[in-house]
Design a protein around this ligand. Structure first.
Ligand code: NAD
Ligand code: MG
Length: 404
């Protein structure tokens, strides 16, 4: 059977998810064409990706990056090269481009929200890795996907696992919890500090926090995994993706990262998706859906792994996870503040301006200080204003801590 190729845009192409996405795409030249690639930095790498994939368009942040891309292209490319588009508006326009039907949203942070939303509004197949977009603008994003008929395929491994274990209803935005489902169980590895002595947590360095035991990821999400704020963002993400109330979501520590998450049904059945900790599996699932395609991932050797362990998360060790549960229960404004404060705090930690244990303290302060009441937030400008306000509060807390 002849397949009609999908035309793919990869937003955040040079990141960990972007590189894995291109890896899967290039394994299937008959199925996928690369329409566009975007990156915020590392123009050499973007040029090399554009050269191997034959991308028609690249999107870069500013004129200086444009010049660096052109320079890099003379070394790695042939001919005139791709069309270069510049700036955040160009990113959102490219996500909605009629010349592409599939958008991988793999920018890190709330910075990826406008482009991910543009893809949802334009009715694309949206492969959603950028969880911060959903945390900040869940109602807006889900409504946009429902209105346009966009196919929403979760790429975060936990949500992809849950999607695979839920009753098959297609990739439409969920409006109510799936029938017969009692609870969703998100597994978490517990990160590199699951068993580290609590009194030594304040000394943790960025290098230690970024050395995840099972997954190789970008630096921001690696720190989030260490604090388990990542799991908190994922609980909020699951709330929106699967229309699940907070009390029917739970988190379970599973250090081996083999069971990627589970769905518990009313009859007591629990379905789980297992696999190697390699993001190319959920990426290939989203790209090929509903067909299964080769991801370049080898078989899971359970005999070699030998055992699977599970335990309850300890909120004293992982205060960020508790803060995320609080934010989910408080509402959307609190979730925006949680995410924005975390982005500012993690950046400061990575630049060695903030101690590891103060990440939770900054987020807690911002949640206390921000206006976090109110109902649904259905206007992008309102979401972005609350996000900017929470970032300013977080920056102020950082200055106070530097002085104090
Ligand atoms: P990364 O830091 O490796 O890559 C981020 C990409 O976004 C890069 O291409 C970068 O150039 C681009 N970018 C950064 N800031 C930008 C900005 N302001 N505007 C436009 N582009 C910008 O991150 P990653 O680990 O690939 O994660 C990407 C997203 O996927 C995150 O939301 C993360 O939570 C999610 N995710 C990642 C993994 C993983 O295994 N890495 C797993 C699940 C979910
Ligand atoms: Mg995940």
């Amino acid at each position: 059977m002849k397949v009609i190729p999908r035309h793919v845009a990869i937003l955040g192409a040079t990141g960990s998810i972007g590189v894995s996405t291109l890896d899967v795409v290039l394994r299937h030249p008959e199925r996928f064409r690369v329409h566009a690639l975007s990156a915020h930095s590392r123009m050499d790498e973007l040029a090399a990706q554009a050269a191997v994939s034959g991308a028609a368009v690249v999107v870069v942040p500013d004129a200086a990056a444009h010049a660096r891309f052109r320079d890099a292209w003379t070394r790695v490319g042939q001919g005139a090269g791709p069309q270069v588009r510049v700036g955040a508006d160009a990113l959102a326009e490219t996500a909605a481009d009629p010349d592409c039907d599939t958008v991988m949203a793999a920018i890190v942070g709330a910075a990826g929200l406008p482009a991910a939303l543009a893809a949802a509004r334009a009715g694309k197949r949206v492969l959603l890795a950028n969880k911060e977009a959903l945390v900040a603008a869940g109602s807006l994003f889900m409504q946009a996907a429902a209105d346009s008929g966009a196919e929403l395929l979760p790429i975060d491994s936990e949500h992809n696992a849950i999607f695979q274990c839920l009753p098959a209803v297609g990739a439409q935005a969920a409006r109510a919890p799936a029938r017969g489902v009692r609870r969703l169980v998100l597994t978490a590895s517990g990160g590199p500090f699951r068993t580290r002595a609590l009194e030594t947590l304040a000394e943790i360095t960025p290098e230690q926090a970024c050395a995840h035991p099972n997954w190789s990821m970008g630096r921001k999400i690696s720190v989030d995994s260490a604090t388990m704020l990542n799991k908190g963002l994922e609980v909020i993400e699951a709330h929106w993706l699967f229309a699940m109330p907070a009390e029917r979501l739970s988190v379970l520590i599973h250090p081996q990262s083999v069971v990627h998450s589970m769905v518990e049904y009313d009859d007591g059945s629990v379905l789980a998706q297992l696999g190697q900790p390699d993001m190319r599996t959920p990426i290939a699932y989203g790209l090929g859906y509903p067909q299964r395609i080769d991801a370049g991932v080898g078989p899971l050797d359970l005999a070699r792994i030998g055992r699977l362990d599970f335990e309850e998360p300890d909120l004293a060790r992982f205060p960020c996870l508790g803060l995320a549960w609080d934010a989910l229960r408080a509402g959307q404004a609190a979730c925006i503040a949680l995410n924005a404060a975390n982005e500012v705090a993690v950046e400061a930690f990575l630049q060695e301006r903030l101690r590891y244990t103060d990440i939770a303290a900054v987020i807690g302060d911002v949640l206390d200080a921000a206006q976090t009441g109110g109902g649904r937030l259905d206007v992008l400008a309102d979401v972005l204003a609350l996000d900017a306000h929470a970032r300013a509060l977080a920056a102020e807390r950082l200055r106070m801590r530097a002085r104090g």
